[in-house]
Design a protein around this ligand. Structure first.
Ligand code: HEC
Ligand SMILES: [Cu+2]
Length: 323
């Protein structure tokens, strides 16, 4: 099912399930009752209407039961929500700054990054601000979402619990490139995180750590992510949005590629065929803006199964034009 990478995520899912459970049960009971009533009390069977003045017991019952149900929903969700509002004493602070159309993260020791890095098992308090318009800081795998509003600081607490890489999105329409306003959070063990924070290891070290150590990555990138490392693709293509020698893999989300074929500019749909061609015969279609350095052909350098694995991986995670 969905990745839940924090304890909070699991609790939010339980609340959700509880509310959906009650809603579905009520839907069934009410629909069933309606059908029974239509059959039993129709005009043919009861030509003369009976006048009912009221029924105190019934009225009390149909007020008390729904109120009780709604109250349990309220208190259950509130007890879970509190987790994201109460700041534990050992929480670390990260300032989250939103602006059209990017995220920036500030750590206590002055470090600033575009991708978020967090230690597993330690609560973190996000102090969320905006430089321009309203945005919303959203990490689906943690089930947290909080608005970033200019002129005020919002916060949210969460404890990441799973090593892995997860999406961060903007969940409040904020202009033209709103849909591109997203990045990743990499969750690594405390030790690796401390080394990184002190500048002993770099961002790529943590990315590679996550790629080779996380169970969650299987969900996140179908488990074949490691092959992009093994085959050296990531030397030129970044898994996040940073441009490298070649286009970043998330750039495959643009539905069409502007390419140069035999000296002529054209546009092609990005689909599985395009991926295969780009990997095996990169020289036939050169992506605009990346003419300077050629991509080496992978023909005879990767096995057929490996090619299909990579194509499926890129296709399922980055390509928008699904047939
Ligand atoms: C030496 C650097 C380099 C390596 C290694 C490399 N590529 Fe590329 N790749 C490029 C460049 C440069 C381009 C853009 C120019 C072109 O189309 O040939 C590109 C283009 C692509 C494209 C088209 C991208 C788009 O946005 O339209 C895909 C897909 C791709 N590469 C996949 C791979 C895969 C998979 C691997 C590993 C098996 C790989 N590349 C290894 C440099 C590289
Ligand atoms: Cu935004």
């Amino acid at each position: 099912m969905f990745v839940s990478a924090s304890n909070y995520a699991k609790n939010v899912d339980s609340v959700m399930l509880y509310i959906i459970g009650i809603s579905v049960a009520l839907l069934l009971i009410i629909t069933f009752a309606m059908i029974i009533f239509v059959i039993r009390y129709n005009r043919k069977k009861n030509p003369i209407a009976s006048q009912i003045e009221g029924n105190k017991t019934l009225e009390v019952v149909w007020i008390i039961i729904p109120v009780a149900l709604v109250l349990t929903m309220f208190f259950y969700s509130f007890s879970v929500y509190k987790e994201s509002r109460v700041v534990p004493p050992n929480a670390m602070n990260v300032k989250v700054e939103a602006k059209m159309w990017a995220w920036k993260f500030y750590y206590d020791n002055g470090k600033v990054t575009d991708t978020l890095f967090l230690p597993a098992g330690r609560p973190v308090k996000f102090n969320i601000v905006s430089q321009d318009v309203n945005h919303s800081f959203y990490i689906p795998a943690f089930r947290i979402k909080e608005d970033a509003v200019p002129g005020r600081e919002n916060y949210m607490v969460v404890k990441p619990e799973q090593i892995g890489a997860f999406d961060i999105a903007c969940a409040e329409y904020c202009g033209l490139n709103h849909s591109l306003m997203y990045t990743r959070v990499y969750v690594v063990p405390e030790k690796e995180f401390a080394q990184w924070l002190n500048g002993e290891v770099d961002d790529d070290y943590l990315r590679k750590y996550v790629a080779s150590h996380s169970e969650g990555y299987k969900d996140y990138l179908s488990g074949s992510y490691a092959i992009l490392f093994a085959k050296g693709c990531v030397q030129c293509h970044n898994i996040d949005e940073r441009k490298g020698i070649g286009p970043s893999f998330p750039e495959l989300r643009r539905q069409f590629a502007r390419v140069n074929v035999g000296g002529k500019d054209t546009t092609v749909v990005i689909d599985k065929e395009y991926l295969r061609e780009s990997i095996l015969y990169p020289e036939t279609m050169i992506v605009k803006g990346y003419e300077k350095q050629a991509m080496p052909s992978m023909l005879n350098k990767i096995k057929d199964e490996e090619l299909e694995l990579i194509v499926d991986l890129l296709y399922s995670n980055f390509v928008k034009n699904k047939q």
